[in-house]
Every structure is written in structure tokens, then in C-alpha cells.
Ligand binder design. Structure first.
Ligand SMILES: [Fe+2]
Length: 176
């Protein structure tokens, strides 16, 4: 919120603060409903995960663009992930929940993608920064594939397919 406030002040864009607040509320709502879905199926809730900690640390490394790039990367993975969860789930209530989250994530992807384009158009080496984000997405896709292979088996035959889907999402979100 601090970085978003700084951006809103320097760019004269108070609407960005409202949008980020709305985004945070939606992510918190997703977490709450996912917790309820797990509890309904008597599954334990994971309190900590090393990938979550790592994401949180990288997100805070430097500046707004880095933070938005990390959030954007998470949205790209989320769009593929919730699609697979919806396909894999036998619980009709959970399936509706995953499909609903998927709709929200698609909007988040558009929101962060548009903002990243704006940030990269400012300053130098915008194309290089975009290229580095693409490499980061590939790396994260590798880690997530390794950690969640049970889910991916319902949506992708291979890691290459999954990577192509992520790349496609990236191109659509950044280039329209
Ligand atoms: Fe999201």
C-alpha cells in the first residue's frame, strides 16, 4: 500500500489506490472461501509454505514495478491453476468456487498487465525489464509444476504445455 500510495501521489492517479484496495480484498476473500472449502472436506489448512514466503520476500525487494511483476506472475499461474482445480474437483460447490476465482483472477491479470505496461513505458530498458519478467515466470512455472504435479495432471500433459499456456497468458495480458 505504501508503494501504491507513492505511485498515486507522484502520478496523480488516486484511482490506483482504490483498485489496489479492491484487489487485496478480493484475494483475501478467495483465501477465506478456499479455507471454508478445505474445512468442508475435512482437509487441513497449510499455515506456511516455502514458495509463499519466497514470493513475499521477492515482492518486497525493490519498488512498485518489482511488486507488480511478482503479483502479475502469480496471476498468470493462478489462471492455469484454478482452471485445473475446477476440472479436477468432484465437489460441485468447490468447482463453482474455483470457476468464480478464475473469473476474478482473469481480471487481476488484466489489471496488473495494463499497469506493468505503463510502468515499463516509463524509464529505460522497458523491453529488457519485460524480458526478465518472462524468464522469472518460466522459473516460477518450473517450481510450481514441481510442487503441484497432482493438480497439473488434470489439465496438462507435460510441463511444456503448461509453459506454453503461461506464455500465451503473458502475451495476451501485455500485448492485449
Ligand atoms: Fe488474483
Amino acid at each position: 500500500m505504501h508503494l501504491a500510495q507513492q505511485y498515486a501521489d507522484t502520478q496523480g492517479d488516486p484511482e490506483y489506490i482504490k483498485a489496489i484496495q479492491q484487489f487485496i480484498k478480493e484475494e483475501q476473500r478467495h483465501a477465506h472461501f478456499l479455507k471454508l472449502a478445505l474445512q468442508k472436506n475435512s482437509s487441513p489448512v497449510i499455515e506456511k509454505n516455502w514458495t509463499d514466503n519466497l514470493f513475499s520476500k521477492i515482492r518486497k525487494l525493490c519498488g512498485l514495478e518489482m511488486m507488480v511483476s511478482v503479483l502479475f506472475t502469480a496471476e498468470i499461474i493462478a489462471v492455469a491453476y484454478y482452471g485445473c482445480l475446477a476440472k479436477a474437483s468432484k465437489d460441485p460447490v468447490a468447482r463453482v468456487l474455483f470457476e468464480r476465482i478464475l473469473q476474478d483472477e482473469a481480471m487481476h491479470l488484466k489489471f496488473h498487465g495494463e499497469h506493468l505496461q505503463k510502468l515499463r513505458a516509463q524509464g529505460r530498458w522497458g523491453t529488457l525489464r519485460g524480458g526478465m519478467n518472462r524468464v522469472f515466470i518460466w522459473a516460477v512455472a518450473g517450481v510450481v509444476w514441481h510442487e503441484h504435479d497432482v493438480v497439473w495432471n488434470h489439465g496438462f500433459g507435460s510441463f511444456g504445455e503448461f509453459l506454453n499456456r503461461c506464455d500465451g497468458q503473458l502475451s495476451r495480458a501485455i500485448m492485449g
